[in-house]
Design a protein around this ligand. Structure first.
Ligand SMILES: [Mn+2]
Length: 215
């Protein structure tokens, strides 16, 4: 973020493995350091944020503190003559009905109010527990649901856009959905992997998109 020469930055969710509430930046530590980096970046260029399934509790508090602009999922981004549809991608994985039900629960305002009312340490403990559970699940042979093609196409038609950009699935690729619709899947980020996975997508005003390695 400190080095980018982009005119604007869009973060499409799961920047954080877990985010237990914006008040976590109030004590010295990882969240406070991240908020400082976001703040410094947002002073140079607009920084937009679409929530992911891990950091859906990023909220107005962090936005006010850092200058981050929160966007809905999906969001249409018009740049030059091109309309891009931006999403985290989890809501498109409709075959995972268990997850979709969980998503509806944790995105509800009442659930979030209740969770955020818990003491910070309690919330951190719950997040650690959920992380362990998800790691355990990953170690089994279970197949993960991918983005549903028909739903992705329906979203694009509804938005009058031709290209969907999303992450979440950890399956970076460019897919044609039909003759004039496509989706670009971002990589996840892991600086410790060999080779490191640290990709960004640079979108140009001419409607061009290019993956750039940040490693
Ligand atoms: Mn995700």
């Amino acid at each position: 973020m400190a080095a980018t020469r982009a005119d604007a930055l869009f973060i499409l969710g799961d920047l954080f493995e877990a985010w237990v509430g914006d008040d976590a930046t109030g004590e010295p530590g990882f969240e406070a350091q991240c908020a400082e980096i976001l703040r410094a970046t947002a002073q140079r260029l607009p920084v937009f944020f679409v929530a992911g399934n891990r950091d859906f509790l990023v909220g107005e508090g962090l936005a006010r503190q850092t200058g981050l602009v929160l966007l809905g999922d999906p969001t249409v981004f018009t740049f030059g003559e091109t309309r891009w549809l931006l999403s985290h991608g989890d809501a498109l994985c409709i075959a995972d009905t268990e997850y979709i039900a969980f998503r509806a629960q944790v995105r509800a305002a009442a659930w979030q109010r209740e969770f955020l009312a818990l003491p910070l340490e309690k919330r951190r403990a719950i997040a650690r527990g959920m992380r362990t559970e998800s790691e355990d699940r990953k170690r089994t042979d279970r197949e993960y649901a991918d983005v549903d093609m028909e739903t992705a196409l329906a979203w694009l038609r509804e938005a009058d856009a031709h290209t969907l950009v999303h992450g979440h699935t950890h399956l970076p690729a460019d897919h044609a959905l039909d003759a004039d619709h496509r989706r670009i899947v971002l990589s996840d980020w892991d600086a410790q992997a060999a080779p490191p996975r640290l990709q960004a997508l640079r979108i140009g005003i001419a409607g061009d998109a290019r993956r750039i390695g940040l490693a």
